[in-house]
Ligand binder design. Sequence first.
Ligand SMILES: O=C(O)Cc1cc(O)ccc1O
Ligand SMILES: [Fe+2]
Length: 432
Amino acid sequence: MANDPADTGYISGFGNHVATEAVAGALPIGRNAPQRPPFGLYTEQLSGTAFTAPRHENRRSWLYRMRPTAEHPPYVRYDGATRFTAGAQDGLLAPNRLRWDPSAPPSPGTDLIDGMTTMLSTRDPADLEGVAVHLYAANRDMTARVFVDADGELLFIPQAGRLELLTELGRIMVAPGQIALIPRGVRFRALLPDGQATGYVAENHGALFRLPDLGPIGANGLANPRDFETPVAWFEDRDTRFEVIQKFMGSLWCTTLEHSPLDVVAWHGNLAPWRYDLARFNTINTVSFDHPDPSIFTVLTSPSDVPGRANADFVVFPPRWMVAEDTFRPPWFHRNVMSEAMGLIHGAYDAKAAGFTPGGLSLHNLMAGHGPDLESWTAATNADLKPHKIDGTMAFMVESCWPYRPTPHALEHAQLDYDAVWADFPKAVLPA
Ligand SMILES: O=C(O)Cc1cc(O)ccc1O
Ligand SMILES: [Fe+2]
C-alpha cells in the first residue's frame, strides 16, 4: 500500500511539474477537473502565483483530496504561541547592531507551533513583500493539529534535531544541515524523531524563492536543481478531531475538523514542498585575491520589483578552501544598503571569534558598520596565507532590502555588549 511509511520517496528537481498518486488510479489523466474524479475525491487548485503570472513564474498544483478544504467552521483567535507574532511595523527603530545567544529550551509539551518565536520582521504580510525570521524550539509531536501559513512560504533551517514534516503534498524528513520549504497555504504537522528540535524559519511574504541566475558562472553551480527533493503523494485517513492553526496577516487563528486535512491522495503541478541538503551546495569562490561579495553563496533568492535588489536572499557560508593571496580573507568591514540577519547551524563563523554560537542570531540592519571582530581581524591580518580549509561550519544569512524590526521579545533578549566586539581597534599610523 502506497500509504505505508516505508514507501516514502522523493522526486528530484526544482520547480518541476510532477504528477504523483498514493493510490493507483487516484490522479485524473488528461484533464484537471473531471466531472467525477476517481473514488469521489475532491478537486482543488492551490495557487502560489496569480493565475496570470508569466508562464516561467507561474506556480500552482492540483490536489485530489478526500474532503474539500472549504468544509470547515469559522476560525477563532488562537491564544497559544504567544511569541509567534506579527512583529511591529511602526515605532522607533534604533540603528544598533544586535546579537542573540541561543534560546532557552522550551517547557515540556511544546510543539513546533507553540515553540515558534518571532525575532525579526520586515513588511506587513498584507504587503505581499518582506521576510520574517523566527526561531523554533519544540519537544512535542503535532499529533492532532496542523499549521498553515497564509502569510508566506516557510523555509525551515534546522539547527538541532530532525523534523518530519507531514504535509498535504507528502512527507519530508529534514535534518540539521538540510533545509525544507513549505509553500504558502500548505497544511502540515511536524513530528520530532529525535524528541526535540531547534532551528530557524525564514517566512517569505514576497515572490517565491527561486534559484539565482548564474550569469558567467554558466549552466551549473551553486545549488543545482536536481538536488532539490519533492515528496511523492502521501495521505492519512484519520477521522478524528484535528485543530487547524492558521497564520493570517500576522495573527494566529484556529478551527476544528473531525478528520485530518492531510488527505490529499494524489496531486500534480509545480507548487510543492521540498528539501535540500546544504552539503550539496557547489561553493564557488576566489582562486586569486580579494573576498567576493557574499552573493556568490546565494542558495535561493526572492526578487523584489527592483531588478537585482532581493526581497530576500538565502545565503550560506559552507566549508570551503581559502586560498586568496595577499588578501584579508574573512568578511571585510562594510556598510550595506541591504539588511542582514544571520544564523549559525554548526561550527564557527570566520568573522566572529566568539559570541556567535550555533542557534544564535545576529542583525546588521542597513548602513550598520560591521565586519570582523577584533580577534578575527587580528588573526587574519597576521595569518600566514597558506591554503586553509574552513571546515565543520555552516552559517547562513537572510539578506533583505527591507530593514528588519526586532520584536519586543527579541529586544528584551539581545546580548548587552555586542558593540564591544568592535571596540579598541588600533588606530592607523600615518607617516610622520
Ligand atoms: O556580515 C557578514 O558577516 C555577512 C557577510 C559575509 C561576507 O563574506 C561578506 C559580506 C557580508 O555581509
Ligand atoms: Fe555583512
